[in-house]
Design a protein around this ligand. Structure first.
Ligand code: ZN
Length: 667
C-alpha cells in the first residue's frame, strides 16, 4: 500500500461515523485472549455474564457518561477496562487517557495486558502497529491509531493529566491514586476535565478495589451513581436477590461445606447451583437514583465464575482472617469489595482502661517470648515502653515510664541503660532482656540519640525517624548517618531507620478495636495493672482523617504512648528480630527456651511479681544461673531464631519437647 493509500485509509477510518456496536458484542466478535492466559481463545460473555451489563453502560448507546465499578479480586474486572479501550480504538475512535497510580504501573499494564491483547486481536493489530515498525508511534506510553491516540499516564504526575482533550478516560485502580497533586485537585477530577468538549459522547470508566470508608475514591464515586447490584435467582424458589456475605453459612469449623442461604426461602444451595440455575436471566438492578449520567456497580468476589474463587475457599479465608484485623481488612476490601471502617476515635480511653489485667508492670506473663523497647525523646525527659511479643500477634505492655531530666545530660541516658539492661525473670525462672530498642531521633536531641545508638549498636539499639506517608512499611531500610571527611560511610557507624508510622498506627488501632469484644486471653494487646488512666487517654489521642488518609492528633492531647507503640513495632520488625515473619516452628523453638516444659512442671505460673521473687530464691541454683541467649549478646547481637533459617526441631509432639527443651536451656 502506498503512502497516499495509507493516508486515505486512515482518514476514512477517522471520519467514519461511530460503529454503534455494544462493547460486549465487540468483545465476542473481535477479542482474542492470548494463548498464555488461563482461558485462551475468543472472548465469551457467558464466562463472566455479570460484566455484560457494565459493558453496556459504557457502550455508545448508553445514557451514562461515567461508569464506576467497585470490585473484588478474581472477577475478570481488569479485562473489562481492556474491552472498553479496544472498542474505543476500533469502533468509535477518539483520544484515550488511561490513568494508573504511577507511570510505572501504566507501563506494566501496557506490557502485561494491553500489548498481549493488541497482538492477539487482529482488529487492534491492524490499527496500532508493532512498535518495531518505523513510524508506528507505538511506545510504552503512547499508542497512535486512526482517529486518535491513547496516552498512558500516572496519577502521581499532574503534567500527564493536563494534556490534550480526551473522549475516553480509564481510571484504573483509583484507590491507589494519591489524594491530590500539588494542590491541583484529585487526579480523577483533572482527568475528567479533559473530556468536557465531548459532552454526552465522552465515556469515563473508573474501577478499583475499595479501601477505607470516607477516603476511598471508588466508593465516593460509587455513591454518586445508581449503585447497581447483580440480581441472581434462588435455585430453589427463584426469588431474585444479590449476594451478601451474611447469607453464607457453614457448620462450625467446616468451611468446606459453605452454602448460600436464600433470603426468602432460607434453603441452602451450593455455589454450582447458584451459578448455573441462579445466573439464568440474572441482571443488574439500580438500588438508588444517583446523579444523572453516572452508573455504578458493586461486584464482590462471591460472583466469580465457578472454579475461579470457590466459596469454600472464601469461607476458609474468612475464618483465618477473623482473628487478625489486618487480614480481615484485606478480606473485606479484596473479596467483599467493601470499604473497611476505621474505628479509631470511636473507642474511649476509659473503655480501653478497663482492659487492665491483674499483673503488674515488669511482669512477664506466660506466652510472652521476646522483649523490645522504644524510647521517645522530649525536651525535658525520655519516655520509654517495653513491649512483649508472642505467637499469633499477641502483645503485652511490660513497662512504661518517664525518665525526667535533660536529654543533653549523660545521666538521663545512663538511667535508660540501666532500665534497658535490667533482666526480668518469667514464671519459668528464665531471665529475659530487651533485645532491640528503637529511639526516636526526629524530635529533640538528635545528636544525643545518634550518640547513644552508636554506643549501644551492639546491644540492638537503633535510631528511628517517623514518616507518616501512607503505605510505607513499618520499618524501612537503614540510612547511614556517619560519614568521614571524605564523605564515605564509616563502617559500624550510626544508622537511621525510617518507620512507616501510619502503617504501624493502623496495626495498633485495628488491634485495639478488634479486642473490644474479646476475653483477655484472646486479645492482641494486653495491659498490666500499673498503667495510669492518662496512658489510655493518650492511646486514643489520634483519629484517622479520611479526607487526608492520615492519622491526626486531636488538639491539646498528648500522644507519646502511641508513638512508643509505633517504635516498638519497628523494634520487633528490625532485621535483628523480625518477629513479624516468624513461623510457627520458630516460635516453638523460642518457646522451648523461654518457657521450658520442665521449668514449669514443678510449679504453677506465678500471678504476682512478689510471689515470683520468692520462687526464684527457692529455685535450684542452676536454674537461676541460666541467662539464656535471648538477651542481645555483647559481641554480636543476633536473634535467637533467625526467621530465615529453619528451626532444627520443627513441630515435635509435646513429649519430645520436654527433652529438647532441656538441651536448649541447660547448656
Ligand atoms: Zn429461595
Amino acid at each position: 500500500m502506498g503512502a497516499v493509500d495509507e493516508f486515505v485509509r486512515s482518514l476514512s477510518e477517522a471520519i467514519k461515523p461511530d460503529d454503534r456496536i455494544p462493547i460486549a458484542r465487540w468483545a465476542e466478535s473481535y477479542r482474542i485472549l492470548p494463548p498464555d492466559t488461563p482461558e485462551p481463545g475468543p472472548w465469551r460473555n457467558s464466562r463472566t455474564p455479570y460484566l455484560v451489563g457494565i459493558m453496556d453502560a459504557l457502550s455508545p448507546d448508553s445514557p451514562y457518561r461515567e461508569v464506576y465499578l467497585k470490585k473484588g479480586h478474581q472477577l475478570g474486572g481488569s479485562a473489562l477496562g481492556e474491552n472498553f479501550i479496544g472498542h474505543a480504538i476500533t469502533s468509535a475512535a477518539g483520544n484515550i487517557l488511561a490513568v494508573f497510580a504511577t507511570v510505572e504501573d501504566g507501563e506494566k499494564w501496557n506490557l502485561s495486558r494491553f500489548e498481549p491483547m493488541r497482538q492477539s486481536t487482529p482488529e487492534l493489530r491492524r490499527r496500532i502497529r508493532d512498535k518495531e515498525v518505523k513510524g508506528s508511534d507505538n511506545t510504552q506510553r503512547r499508542k497512535k491509531f486512526p482517529g486518535g491516540f491513547m496516552q498512558i499516564v500516572g496519577a502521581n504526575r499532574p503534567g500527564g493529566l493536563k494534556s490534550s482533550t480526551m473522549r475516553y478516560v480509564l481510571l484504573e485502580e483509583m484507590d491507589e491514586y494519591l489524594g491530590d497533586i500539588g494542590k491541583q485537585g484529585a487526579p480523577e477530577t483533572l482527568a475528567k476535565n479533559r473530556t468536557s468538549n465531548f459532552g454526552r459522547k465522552a465515556r469515563i470508566f473508573g474501577n478499583s478495589t475499595p479501601t477505607i470508608v470516607g477516603s476511598s475514591p471508588i466508593d465516593r464515586n460509587y455513591l454518586r451513581g445508581d449503585q447497581q447490584k447483580y440480581m441472581v435467582a434462588c435455585p430453589c424458589c427463584g426469588s431474585r436477590q444479590f449476594f451478601k456475605w451474611s447469607q453464607m453459612k457453614w457448620p462450625d469449623g467446616e468451611p468446606e461445606k459453605a452454602r448460600y442461604a436464600c433470603e426468602h426461602c432460607a434453603v441452602l444451595s451450593t455455589e454450582a447451583e447458584w451459578k448455573t440455575l441462579g445466573y439464568e436471566g440474572a441482571y443488574w438492578l439500580p438500588t438508588t437514583r444517583g446523579e444523572p449520567g453516572v452508573a455504578s456497580f458493586h461486584l464482590p468476589s462471591l460472583y466469580a465464575p465457578l472454579g475461579w474463587r470457590p466459596w469454600v475457599e472464601l469461607a476458609a479465608d474468612f475464618i483465618a482472617a477473623k482473628a487478625d484485623p489486618i487480614a480481615l481488612k484485606a478480606f473485606i476490601n479484596n473479596m467483599l469489595a467493601e470499604c473497611w471502617e476505621d474505628l479509631t476515635g470511636q473507642i474511649k480511653g476509659a473503655e480501653i482502661a478497663k482492659r487492665r489485667e491483674g499483673w503488674g508492670l515488669r511482669t512477664i506473663p506466660k506466652g510472652c517470648l521476646a522483649l523490645v523497647m522504644s524510647v521517645d525523646v522530649q525536651g525535658n525527659r525520655l519516655e520509654y515502653k517495653i513491649v512483649g511479643f508472642g505467637r499469633n500477634k499477641k502483645h503485652w505492655v511490660i513497662d512504661y515510664n518517664i525518665i525526667d531530666g535533660d536529654p543533653a545530660k549523660e545521666e538521663v541516658w545512663a538511667r535508660l541503660t540501666a532500665l534497658r539492661e535490667r533482666p526480668m525473670v518469667n514464671s519459668f525462672g528464665v531471665s529475659m532482656r530487651v533485645q532491640t530498642c528503637a529511639i526516636d531521633s526526629g524530635g529533640h536531641h538528635t545528636h544525643e540519640v545518634y550518640h547513644y545508638a552508636r554506643l549501644y549498636r551492639h546491644a540492638g539499639v537503633f535510631a528511628v525517624k517517623g514518616a507518616s506517608s501512607a503505605g510505607k512499611p513499618v520499618i524501612g531500610r537503614p540510612v547511614p548517618m556517619d560519614v568521614n571527611h571524605k564523605g564515605r560511610v564509616i563502617k559500624g557507624g550510626v544508622q537511621l531507620w525510617h518507620v512507616g508510622t501510619d502503617t504501624a498506627k493502623s496495626l495498633l488501632f485495628n488491634y485495639i478495636a478488634s479486642d473490644e469484644e474479646s476475653i483477655p486471653e484472646d486479645r492482641f494487646i494486653r495491659f498490666p495493672a500499673g498503667l495510669s488512666d492518662d496512658y489510655f487517654e493518650q492511646l486514643t489521642a489520634e483519629v484517622f482523617d479520611a479526607a487526608k488518609s492520615q492519622y491526626r492528633k486531636l488538639p491539646g492531647r498528648r500522644n507519646e504512648v502511641i508513638d512508643l507503640f509505633v517504635y516498638a513495632f519497628a523494634a520487633a520488625y528490625h532485621p535483628l528480630l523480625r518477629l513479624d515473619v516468624m513461623r510457627d516452628a520458630d516460635w516453638s523453638q523460642l518457646e522451648s527456651m523461654i518457657e521450658p516444659v520442665n521449668g514449669d512442671l514443678f510449679r504453677a505460673p506465678l500471678p504476682t511479681p512478689d510471689e515470683q521473687e520468692v520462687d526464684i530464691v527457692e529455685q535450684d541454683q542452676q536454674e537461676v544461673a541460666v541467662e539464656i541467649a535471648v538477651t542481645a549478646s555483647e559481641a554480636q547481637p543476633a536473634p535467637v531464631v533467625p526467621a530465615s533459617t529453619p528451626a532444627p526441631q520443627p513441630e515435635q509432639p509435646p513429649d519430645s519437647d520436654w527433652l529438647s527443651g532441656t538441651d536448649n536451656w541447660l547448656d
